[in-house]
Design a protein around this ligand. Structure first.
Ligand code: 4NP
Length: 164
């Protein structure tokens, strides 16, 4: 069976989307779905291509039991819309920038990630880059909630059985 491919997108691919990548990947593993779902992340901008996630993102992730150390930033490209099934953007600017390079009739469905977050009124994951460590705590809360909702959604759409 062809894998379901999920791509998390923010601006720089060093803060929010790597956190979303790590958390969603951990959810996929925890439910025994690695053979069915593949996860990646990218940024709409190329400033940080090749860089590891921001140390503040890695620290907050590690505090909650996620490991982002293997991730490296890359830029979103039009071809991603042909090779991924779900592309999730963190904020409205990311959504508009992704839409601008989305080819007509592309395979991927483009969503705002927080559509899937239950119990959070926010509709955008705020950019934590220029703020303090609290911003990363808040991003992680939003990303964990949206990851749970997204996994539910994908399992329903594809009739996937979770192991636990
Ligand atoms: P991200 O955060 O989009 O969550 O990775 C940012 C990272 C870098 C910059 C802005 C936001 N920057 O301007 O370099």
């Amino acid at each position: 069976m062809q894998k379901i491919r999920v791509l998390m997108v923010c601006l720089g691919n060093i803060c929010r989307s790597p956190m979303a990548h790590g958390v969603f990947q951990a959810r996929v593993r925890a439910h025994g779905l690695e053979s069915a779902i593949e996860v990646d992340s990218a940024g709409t901008a190329g400033y940080h291509v090749g860089a590891r996630p921001d140390p503040r993102a890695r620290e907050e992730a590690s505090r909650r039991g996620y490991d982002l150390d293997q991730l490296r930033a890359r830029q979103l490209e039009a071809d991603d819309f042909e090779t991924f099934d779900y592309i999730l953007t963190m904020d409205e600017a990311n959504y508009r920038n992704a839409q601008q390079i989305q080819p007509n009739g592309a395979r991927a469905r483009l969503h705002r990630f927080l559509e899937f977050a239950q119990d959070h009124p926010e509709r955008e994951v705020p950019d934590p880059y220029y703020g303090g460590p609290d911003g990363f705590v808040h991003v992680m809360d939003l990303v964990e909630a949206a990851s749970d909702g997204l996994l539910d959604h994908i399992c329903r759409e594809h009739a996937l059985e979770r192991v636990s």
